[in-house]
Design a protein around this ligand. Sequence first.
Ligand SMILES: NC(=O)c1ccc[n+]([C@@H]2O[C@H](COP(=O)([O-])OP(=O)(O)OC[C@H]3O[C@@H](n4cnc5c(N)ncnc54)[C@H](O)[C@@H]3O)[C@@H](O)[C@H]2O)c1
Length: 359
Amino acid sequence: MSMSTINVAIIGCGGISLQNHLPGLALCRDTRVTAVCDSNPTTLEAARQKTGATITSTRYEDIVTRDDIQAVIIATPNLLHPPIALAAIRHGKHVLCEKPLALNVGDAREMATAADHAGVRHMTAFTYRFVPAMRYLGHLIRQGELGQPYHYRSCRLQDWGTRNVGWRQIKQLAGTGELGDMLSHRIDFAQHLIGPMKRIVANVKNLTPLRDGQPNDTDDWVAILAEFIDGATGVLESSKLASGRNESWRSLDYVELNGSQASFEFTTGKWNELQYGKLGGPGMKPLPVPREFWTWPGSPRDPGAGDPMISFRYDQAFEFIDAIRNGRPCVPSFHDGARTQAVMDAAVRSADTRAWVDL
Ligand SMILES: NC(=O)c1ccc[n+]([C@@H]2O[C@H](COP(=O)([O-])OP(=O)(O)OC[C@H]3O[C@@H](n4cnc5c(N)ncnc54)[C@H](O)[C@@H]3O)[C@@H](O)[C@H]2O)c1
Protein backbone atom coordinates (compact mmCIF):
# COMPACT_ATOMS: atom_id res chain seq x y z
CA MET A 1 0.00 0.00 0.00
CA SER A 2 1.50 3.35 -1.00
CA MET A 3 1.65 6.19 1.55
CA SER A 4 -0.85 8.12 -0.54
CA THR A 5 -3.54 5.44 -0.32
CA ILE A 6 -6.87 6.83 0.88
CA ASN A 7 -8.68 4.39 3.17
CA VAL A 8 -12.44 4.68 2.94
CA ALA A 9 -15.16 3.35 5.25
CA ILE A 10 -18.64 2.69 3.92
CA ILE A 11 -21.38 3.05 6.54
CA GLY A 12 -24.65 1.55 5.32
CA CYS A 13 -23.96 -1.19 2.78
CA GLY A 14 -27.39 -1.47 1.12
CA GLY A 15 -28.58 -0.72 -2.40
CA ILE A 16 -26.85 2.54 -3.23
CA SER A 17 -23.47 1.60 -1.74
CA LEU A 18 -23.27 -1.51 -3.89
CA GLN A 19 -24.70 0.13 -7.04
CA ASN A 20 -22.89 3.50 -7.00
CA HIS A 21 -20.25 3.95 -4.35
CA LEU A 22 -18.28 0.70 -4.74
CA PRO A 23 -17.88 0.86 -8.56
CA GLY A 24 -17.11 4.58 -8.25
CA LEU A 25 -14.37 4.00 -5.68
CA ALA A 26 -12.96 1.18 -7.82
CA LEU A 27 -12.17 3.82 -10.48
CA CYS A 28 -10.11 5.94 -8.08
CA ARG A 29 -6.40 5.31 -7.96
CA ASP A 30 -4.77 4.47 -4.61
CA THR A 31 -8.14 4.23 -2.88
CA ARG A 32 -9.25 1.27 -0.76
CA VAL A 33 -12.50 0.30 0.91
CA THR A 34 -10.81 -0.63 4.17
CA ALA A 35 -13.86 -0.74 6.43
CA VAL A 36 -17.53 -1.59 6.03
CA CYS A 37 -20.27 -1.01 8.59
CA ASP A 38 -23.91 -2.08 8.56
CA SER A 39 -26.29 -2.67 11.46
CA ASN A 40 -27.58 -5.78 9.67
CA PRO A 41 -24.97 -8.57 10.17
CA THR A 42 -26.02 -10.40 6.97
CA THR A 43 -25.65 -7.26 4.85
CA LEU A 44 -22.34 -6.55 6.59
CA GLU A 45 -20.95 -10.00 5.79
CA ALA A 46 -22.03 -9.70 2.14
CA ALA A 47 -20.27 -6.31 1.93
CA ARG A 48 -17.12 -7.72 3.56
CA GLN A 49 -16.98 -10.50 0.99
CA LYS A 50 -17.63 -8.14 -1.91
CA THR A 51 -15.07 -5.49 -0.88
CA GLY A 52 -12.45 -7.56 0.91
CA ALA A 53 -12.54 -4.91 3.67
CA THR A 54 -10.49 -5.98 6.66
CA ILE A 55 -12.37 -3.90 9.24
CA THR A 56 -16.05 -4.60 9.89
CA SER A 57 -18.52 -3.48 12.51
CA THR A 58 -22.26 -3.17 13.08
CA ARG A 59 -21.59 0.06 15.05
CA TYR A 60 -20.50 3.22 13.22
CA GLU A 61 -18.88 4.49 16.43
CA ASP A 62 -16.24 1.73 16.08
CA ILE A 63 -15.41 2.90 12.56
CA VAL A 64 -15.33 6.72 12.65
CA THR A 65 -12.95 6.71 15.63
CA ARG A 66 -10.20 4.75 13.83
CA ASP A 67 -6.94 6.46 12.84
CA ASP A 68 -6.51 4.21 9.78
CA ILE A 69 -9.63 5.60 8.05
CA GLN A 70 -9.42 8.94 6.22
CA ALA A 71 -12.82 9.15 4.53
CA VAL A 72 -16.34 7.96 5.20
CA ILE A 73 -19.30 7.39 2.89
CA ILE A 74 -22.66 7.51 4.68
CA ALA A 75 -25.49 5.60 2.97
CA THR A 76 -27.86 4.73 5.81
CA PRO A 77 -31.53 5.68 6.23
CA ASN A 78 -31.80 9.49 6.34
CA LEU A 79 -32.37 9.83 10.11
CA LEU A 80 -28.81 8.62 10.76
CA HIS A 81 -26.98 10.97 8.38
CA PRO A 82 -26.43 13.83 10.90
CA PRO A 83 -25.21 11.81 13.93
CA ILE A 84 -22.86 9.68 11.80
CA ALA A 85 -21.55 12.68 9.83
CA LEU A 86 -20.97 14.77 12.96
CA ALA A 87 -19.15 11.89 14.68
CA ALA A 88 -16.97 11.32 11.59
CA ILE A 89 -16.19 15.05 11.28
CA ARG A 90 -15.30 15.19 14.99
CA HIS A 91 -12.67 12.55 14.28
CA GLY A 92 -11.29 14.44 11.27
CA LYS A 93 -12.76 12.26 8.52
CA HIS A 94 -13.74 13.52 5.07
CA VAL A 95 -17.43 12.76 4.49
CA LEU A 96 -19.54 11.96 1.43
CA CYS A 97 -23.14 11.77 2.68
CA GLU A 98 -26.18 10.58 0.81
CA LYS A 99 -29.09 12.90 0.17
CA PRO A 100 -31.22 14.20 1.76
CA LEU A 101 -28.49 15.39 4.12
CA ALA A 102 -30.74 15.47 7.21
CA LEU A 103 -34.33 15.56 8.42
CA ASN A 104 -34.27 19.35 8.92
CA VAL A 105 -32.24 22.33 7.79
CA GLY A 106 -30.86 23.04 11.28
CA ASP A 107 -29.07 19.69 11.30
CA ALA A 108 -27.94 20.08 7.68
CA ARG A 109 -26.39 23.49 8.42
CA GLU A 110 -24.74 22.14 11.57
CA MET A 111 -23.12 19.41 9.44
CA ALA A 112 -21.83 21.96 6.91
CA THR A 113 -20.49 24.31 9.58
CA ALA A 114 -18.84 21.49 11.55
CA ALA A 115 -17.15 20.15 8.39
CA ASP A 116 -15.87 23.63 7.44
CA HIS A 117 -14.50 24.22 10.95
CA ALA A 118 -12.79 20.82 10.98
CA GLY A 119 -11.24 21.52 7.57
CA VAL A 120 -12.47 18.22 6.13
CA ARG A 121 -13.91 17.67 2.63
CA HIS A 122 -17.70 17.38 2.58
CA MET A 123 -19.98 16.31 -0.24
CA THR A 124 -23.71 15.66 -0.74
CA ALA A 125 -24.54 12.81 -3.14
CA PHE A 126 -26.66 14.74 -5.63
CA THR A 127 -25.83 12.09 -8.22
CA TYR A 128 -27.72 13.60 -11.15
CA ARG A 129 -25.31 16.56 -11.22
CA PHE A 130 -22.98 14.02 -12.85
CA VAL A 131 -25.20 13.32 -15.89
CA PRO A 132 -23.15 14.67 -18.86
CA ALA A 133 -26.17 16.51 -20.34
CA MET A 134 -26.81 18.19 -16.99
CA ARG A 135 -23.23 19.45 -16.79
CA TYR A 136 -23.36 20.74 -20.35
CA LEU A 137 -26.63 22.54 -19.58
CA GLY A 138 -24.99 24.23 -16.57
CA HIS A 139 -22.08 25.27 -18.80
CA LEU A 140 -24.38 26.77 -21.48
CA ILE A 141 -26.31 28.75 -18.87
CA ARG A 142 -23.09 30.13 -17.37
CA GLN A 143 -22.07 31.15 -20.93
CA GLY A 144 -25.29 33.20 -21.15
CA GLU A 145 -27.04 31.04 -23.78
CA LEU A 146 -30.33 31.06 -21.84
CA GLY A 147 -30.38 34.84 -21.38
CA GLN A 148 -32.43 36.03 -18.43
CA PRO A 149 -34.01 32.96 -16.77
CA TYR A 150 -37.83 33.05 -16.93
CA HIS A 151 -39.04 29.58 -15.94
CA TYR A 152 -37.65 26.35 -14.43
CA ARG A 153 -39.80 23.23 -14.77
CA SER A 154 -39.07 19.70 -13.56
CA CYS A 155 -41.20 16.59 -13.64
CA ARG A 156 -40.14 13.26 -12.13
CA LEU A 157 -42.73 10.52 -12.66
CA GLN A 158 -42.10 6.92 -11.60
CA ASP A 159 -44.22 3.82 -11.10
CA TRP A 160 -43.38 2.40 -7.67
CA GLY A 161 -46.92 1.06 -7.26
CA THR A 162 -47.94 0.17 -3.71
CA ARG A 163 -45.01 -2.09 -2.86
CA ASN A 164 -43.35 -1.89 0.55
CA VAL A 165 -40.36 0.48 0.38
CA GLY A 166 -38.96 -0.34 3.85
CA TRP A 167 -37.56 2.56 5.90
CA ARG A 168 -38.57 4.94 3.07
CA GLN A 169 -42.24 4.72 4.12
CA ILE A 170 -41.57 5.52 7.79
CA LYS A 171 -41.47 9.29 8.40
CA GLN A 172 -39.44 8.90 11.60
CA LEU A 173 -36.59 7.28 9.60
CA ALA A 174 -36.96 9.04 6.23
CA GLY A 175 -38.26 12.50 7.16
CA THR A 176 -40.25 12.75 3.95
CA GLY A 177 -41.17 10.44 1.08
CA GLU A 178 -40.98 11.50 -2.55
CA LEU A 179 -39.84 14.98 -1.48
CA GLY A 180 -36.55 13.67 -0.11
CA ASP A 181 -36.21 10.60 -2.34
CA MET A 182 -36.51 12.26 -5.72
CA LEU A 183 -37.50 15.93 -5.60
CA SER A 184 -34.42 16.80 -3.51
CA HIS A 185 -32.26 16.18 -6.63
CA ARG A 186 -34.45 18.48 -8.76
CA ILE A 187 -34.51 21.22 -6.08
CA ASP A 188 -30.72 21.04 -6.20
CA PHE A 189 -30.76 21.30 -10.04
CA ALA A 190 -33.04 24.34 -9.85
CA GLN A 191 -30.91 26.28 -7.39
CA HIS A 192 -27.70 25.17 -9.12
CA LEU A 193 -28.92 26.41 -12.51
CA ILE A 194 -31.00 29.48 -11.58
CA GLY A 195 -29.80 30.49 -8.09
CA PRO A 196 -31.58 30.55 -4.74
CA MET A 197 -35.35 30.36 -4.37
CA LYS A 198 -37.02 33.29 -2.58
CA ARG A 199 -40.40 31.83 -1.64
CA ILE A 200 -42.44 28.71 -2.36
CA VAL A 201 -45.89 27.23 -1.99
CA ALA A 202 -46.22 23.44 -2.00
CA ASN A 203 -48.48 20.48 -1.51
CA VAL A 204 -47.72 16.86 -0.60
CA LYS A 205 -50.03 13.88 -0.81
CA ASN A 206 -50.05 10.39 0.67
CA LEU A 207 -52.26 8.24 -1.56
CA THR A 208 -50.99 4.87 -0.21
CA PRO A 209 -51.44 4.82 3.59
CA LEU A 210 -50.64 1.10 3.34
CA ARG A 211 -47.84 -0.25 1.18
CA ASP A 212 -47.97 -4.02 0.94
CA GLY A 213 -50.08 -4.01 4.11
CA GLN A 214 -47.53 -1.94 6.07
CA PRO A 215 -48.22 1.65 7.22
CA ASN A 216 -46.83 4.47 5.07
CA ASP A 217 -46.90 7.94 6.63
CA THR A 218 -44.81 9.69 3.94
CA ASP A 219 -45.70 11.58 0.75
CA ASP A 220 -46.02 9.71 -2.57
CA TRP A 221 -46.49 12.95 -4.52
CA VAL A 222 -45.17 16.49 -4.10
CA ALA A 223 -45.42 19.71 -6.08
CA ILE A 224 -43.76 23.08 -5.51
CA LEU A 225 -44.46 26.45 -7.10
CA ALA A 226 -41.36 28.63 -6.62
CA GLU A 227 -40.13 32.17 -7.11
CA PHE A 228 -36.38 32.61 -7.45
CA ILE A 229 -34.51 35.64 -6.08
CA ASP A 230 -33.65 36.69 -9.63
CA GLY A 231 -37.37 36.82 -10.56
CA ALA A 232 -37.70 33.50 -12.43
CA THR A 233 -40.54 31.10 -11.62
CA GLY A 234 -40.37 27.35 -10.98
CA VAL A 235 -42.78 24.41 -11.12
CA LEU A 236 -41.51 21.12 -9.66
CA GLU A 237 -43.51 17.90 -9.48
CA SER A 238 -42.52 14.37 -8.43
CA SER A 239 -44.50 11.16 -7.95
CA LYS A 240 -44.05 7.48 -7.10
CA LEU A 241 -47.55 6.73 -8.42
CA ALA A 242 -47.32 7.38 -12.17
CA SER A 243 -48.64 3.90 -13.04
CA GLY A 244 -47.10 2.35 -16.14
CA ARG A 245 -44.19 4.80 -16.39
CA ASN A 246 -41.54 2.33 -15.12
CA GLU A 247 -38.69 3.38 -12.81
CA SER A 248 -35.28 4.99 -12.62
CA TRP A 249 -33.91 6.32 -15.93
CA ARG A 250 -36.59 4.42 -17.90
CA SER A 251 -39.24 6.72 -16.42
CA LEU A 252 -39.79 10.44 -16.96
CA ASP A 253 -37.13 12.73 -15.47
CA TYR A 254 -37.57 16.01 -17.28
CA VAL A 255 -36.20 19.52 -16.71
CA GLU A 256 -36.97 22.52 -18.92
CA LEU A 257 -35.62 26.03 -18.71
CA ASN A 258 -37.08 28.98 -20.60
CA GLY A 259 -35.07 32.21 -20.75
CA SER A 260 -35.11 35.45 -22.73
CA GLN A 261 -32.80 33.99 -25.43
CA ALA A 262 -33.63 30.28 -25.58
CA SER A 263 -35.21 27.18 -24.07
CA PHE A 264 -33.37 24.02 -23.01
CA GLU A 265 -34.77 20.62 -22.16
CA PHE A 266 -32.89 17.92 -20.27
CA THR A 267 -34.01 14.35 -19.58
CA THR A 268 -31.87 11.89 -17.64
CA GLY A 269 -32.74 9.18 -20.19
CA LYS A 270 -30.78 11.11 -22.85
CA TRP A 271 -27.44 11.34 -21.12
CA ASN A 272 -25.56 12.97 -24.05
CA GLU A 273 -28.23 15.14 -25.67
CA LEU A 274 -30.23 18.27 -24.81
CA GLN A 275 -33.16 19.77 -26.67
CA TYR A 276 -32.59 23.41 -27.62
CA GLY A 277 -34.76 26.13 -29.14
CA LYS A 278 -33.68 29.71 -29.92
CA LEU A 279 -35.89 32.77 -29.36
CA GLY A 280 -38.21 33.10 -32.39
CA GLY A 281 -36.83 29.87 -33.91
CA PRO A 282 -38.70 26.94 -35.48
CA GLY A 283 -38.91 24.88 -32.26
CA MET A 284 -36.89 22.50 -30.09
CA LYS A 285 -34.07 20.54 -31.80
CA PRO A 286 -31.54 17.99 -30.44
CA LEU A 287 -28.23 19.46 -29.24
CA PRO A 288 -25.48 16.83 -28.81
CA VAL A 289 -23.34 17.05 -25.69
CA PRO A 290 -19.67 17.57 -26.69
CA ARG A 291 -17.32 14.76 -25.80
CA GLU A 292 -15.38 16.77 -23.21
CA PHE A 293 -18.55 16.73 -21.04
CA TRP A 294 -19.02 12.95 -21.18
CA THR A 295 -16.98 12.49 -17.99
CA TRP A 296 -16.34 14.68 -14.93
CA PRO A 297 -13.12 16.73 -15.27
CA GLY A 298 -10.16 14.47 -14.53
CA SER A 299 -12.23 11.28 -14.16
CA PRO A 300 -10.46 8.21 -15.57
CA ARG A 301 -13.83 6.62 -16.48
CA ASP A 302 -14.20 5.34 -20.05
CA PRO A 303 -17.61 6.74 -21.14
CA GLY A 304 -17.88 3.84 -23.62
CA ALA A 305 -17.60 1.21 -20.88
CA GLY A 306 -20.77 -0.23 -19.39
CA ASP A 307 -24.25 1.28 -19.53
CA PRO A 308 -23.86 5.09 -19.74
CA MET A 309 -27.17 5.51 -17.87
CA ILE A 310 -25.51 3.91 -14.86
CA SER A 311 -21.81 4.65 -15.19
CA PHE A 312 -22.03 8.50 -14.97
CA ARG A 313 -22.84 7.91 -11.27
CA TYR A 314 -19.31 6.57 -10.68
CA ASP A 315 -17.84 10.04 -11.27
CA GLN A 316 -19.36 11.09 -7.92
CA ALA A 317 -16.88 9.00 -5.91
CA PHE A 318 -14.07 10.25 -8.15
CA GLU A 319 -14.99 13.87 -7.33
CA PHE A 320 -14.91 13.10 -3.58
CA ILE A 321 -11.53 11.36 -3.68
CA ASP A 322 -10.02 13.92 -6.07
CA ALA A 323 -11.09 16.78 -3.77
CA ILE A 324 -9.47 15.00 -0.79
CA ARG A 325 -6.24 14.50 -2.74
CA ASN A 326 -6.10 18.09 -3.93
CA GLY A 327 -7.38 19.74 -0.73
CA ARG A 328 -10.15 21.60 -2.53
CA PRO A 329 -13.94 21.81 -1.88
CA CYS A 330 -16.17 19.02 -3.24
CA VAL A 331 -18.97 19.75 -5.69
CA PRO A 332 -21.77 19.50 -4.59
CA SER A 333 -20.95 20.21 -0.92
CA PHE A 334 -22.89 19.99 2.35
CA HIS A 335 -23.83 23.66 1.74
CA ASP A 336 -25.68 22.58 -1.41
CA GLY A 337 -27.35 19.82 0.63
CA ALA A 338 -28.40 22.37 3.28
CA ARG A 339 -29.79 24.78 0.65
CA THR A 340 -31.96 21.96 -0.68
CA GLN A 341 -32.99 20.98 2.84
CA ALA A 342 -34.20 24.56 3.49
CA VAL A 343 -36.55 24.27 0.49
CA MET A 344 -37.70 20.80 1.59
CA ASP A 345 -38.54 22.09 5.09
CA ALA A 346 -40.40 25.05 3.55
CA ALA A 347 -42.37 22.66 1.30
CA VAL A 348 -43.54 20.63 4.31
CA ARG A 349 -44.44 23.82 6.21
CA SER A 350 -46.28 25.24 3.21
CA ALA A 351 -48.32 22.06 2.77
CA ASP A 352 -49.14 22.02 6.51
CA THR A 353 -50.16 25.68 6.67
CA ARG A 354 -51.58 25.99 3.11
CA ALA A 355 -49.55 29.17 2.67
CA TRP A 356 -46.53 30.61 0.83
CA VAL A 357 -43.29 30.30 2.81
CA ASP A 358 -40.35 32.74 2.51
CA LEU A 359 -36.89 31.23 2.40
N1 LIG B 1 -27.92 9.65 -4.63
C1 LIG B 1 -28.85 8.85 -5.09
O1 LIG B 1 -29.18 8.88 -6.27
C2 LIG B 1 -29.51 7.87 -4.14
C3 LIG B 1 -30.14 6.73 -4.63
C4 LIG B 1 -30.66 5.80 -3.70
C5 LIG B 1 -30.56 6.06 -2.34
N2 LIG B 1 -29.97 7.21 -1.90
C6 LIG B 1 -29.85 7.51 -0.46
O2 LIG B 1 -28.93 6.58 0.11
C7 LIG B 1 -29.32 6.25 1.44
C8 LIG B 1 -29.47 4.74 1.54
O3 LIG B 1 -30.44 4.29 0.59
P1 LIG B 1 -30.46 2.77 0.06
O4 LIG B 1 -31.40 2.74 -1.07
O5 LIG B 1 -29.08 2.27 -0.15
O6 LIG B 1 -31.13 2.06 1.32
P2 LIG B 1 -30.94 0.54 1.79
O7 LIG B 1 -32.05 0.28 2.74
O8 LIG B 1 -30.76 -0.35 0.62
O9 LIG B 1 -29.55 0.58 2.60
C9 LIG B 1 -29.40 1.22 3.85
C10 LIG B 1 -28.48 0.35 4.70
O10 LIG B 1 -28.21 1.05 5.92
C11 LIG B 1 -28.14 0.04 6.94
N3 LIG B 1 -28.29 0.66 8.26
C12 LIG B 1 -29.43 0.99 8.93
N4 LIG B 1 -29.12 1.50 10.14
C13 LIG B 1 -27.76 1.52 10.24
C14 LIG B 1 -26.84 1.91 11.27
N5 LIG B 1 -27.26 2.42 12.45
N6 LIG B 1 -25.53 1.77 11.02
C15 LIG B 1 -25.08 1.24 9.85
N7 LIG B 1 -25.91 0.83 8.86
C16 LIG B 1 -27.22 0.98 9.05
C17 LIG B 1 -29.23 -0.93 6.58
O11 LIG B 1 -29.06 -2.20 7.22
C18 LIG B 1 -29.09 -1.01 5.07
O12 LIG B 1 -28.23 -2.06 4.66
C19 LIG B 1 -30.59 7.05 1.71
O13 LIG B 1 -30.26 8.23 2.36
C20 LIG B 1 -31.14 7.35 0.32
O14 LIG B 1 -31.91 8.54 0.26
C21 LIG B 1 -29.45 8.09 -2.78
